[in-house]
Design a protein around this ligand. Structure first.
Ligand code: CAA
Length: 255
């Protein structure tokens, strides 16, 4: 198995562990990842942390040794599968945090971009170097990177394939935080900032923001009104507002 699913406190932790290939995403690893995401979805974890094993890499991207010699049909099928696996992160009941512990290139950075949040160690190096292979990103990089850092910065990274260091990544919004110490512990500390709230409201808020990026402001406001109305009907909303009025801490039950 190249993927380990463990539990740290109330959090699920996925570790990519294929260190001989810098945790590259082979087809087999992607299939394993899909199964593990299903396990996480069915668990009671409050958030998911994703990291890479070993001192060097979060993930060095798609497995380049598997990429050449594919027919158009095979390539289209495989890239669509990779996209679908990463998109599953959006439909998990809980938010996800990429704990970027080293290199995050190509599909590795795309995996991090598909997470809700990204935290990187100060020595992390990130980029979409596909252009150097005569390729372009295929697991969502051309779509999610501009949403994170803006069109010009995304195009610069994609067209030049250049490596971005952690400090710059923080400045341009590619990562949210630099980890002080162990990246998984930093991600857990970060996730504690929201993991005590009710999962239904957390999920609806994630949906509203994600969907805002696909629609006009007018349609987005309609979506927000719908999801706000849904949230207001949950038991957690009733509990949260009662607790406020009774001047006590709310006890959310994810209902
Ligand atoms: N696929 C397969 N194997 C990989 C790999 C990858 N993406 N990245 C690294 N490896 C392997 C290397 O081939 C090497 O194996 P061998 O010892 O058997 O030769 C091992 O991992 C260690 O790598 P290096 O010796 O190259 O380590 P380094 O520290 O000198 O360099 C690196 C690290 C800069 C990350 C370099 O390995 C590298 O540039 N890797 C490729 C990064 C890349 O181009 N990623 C994009 C892939 S395409 C993609 O992801 C498409 C998409 O959008 C889905």
């Amino acid at each position: 198995m190249s993927i380990h699913l463990t539990r740290q406190h109330e959090f699920a932790v996925i570790t990519l562990d294929r260190q001989e290939a810098l945790n590259a995403l082979s087809a087999a690893v992607l299939r394993e990842l899909a199964q593990v995401f299903d396990q996480v979805a069915a668990s009671d974890a409050r958030a998911l942390i994703i990291t890479g094993a070993g001192p060097k890499a979060f993930c060095a991207g798609a497995d380049i040794k598997e990429l050449s010699g594919r027919s158009l049909t095979e390539q289209r099928r495989d890239v669509a599968f990779g996209q679908a696996v990463l998109a599953r992160l959006d439909t998990l009941p809980m938010a996800s945090v990429a704990a970027i512990n080293g290199y995050a290139f190509g599909g590795g950075l795309e995996l991090a971009l598909a997470c809700t949040f990204r935290i990187a160690v100060p020595t992390a190096k990130m980029g979409l170097p596909e252009i150097k292979l005569g390729l372009i990103p295929g697991y969502g990089g051309t779509q999610r990177l501009p949403r994170a850092v803006g069109e010009a910065r995304a195009l610069e990274m994609i067209l030049s394939g250049r490596t971005v260091e952690a400090e710059e990544a923080l400045r341009i919004g590619l990562v949210h935080r630099i980890a002080d110490g162990d990246p998984v512990q930093a991600a857990i500390g970060f996730a504690r900032g929201f993991s005590g709230f009710g999962l239904p409201a957390l999920r609806l808020a994630r949906d509203a923001v994600k969907r805002a990026l696909d629609f006009s402001l007018h349609e987005g406001l309609n979506i927000e009104a719908d999801l706000n109305t849904l949230a207001s009907q949950t038991q957690d909303a009733e509990e949260g507002m009662s607790a406020f009025m009774q001047k006590r801490k709310p006890r959310f039950k994810d209902r």
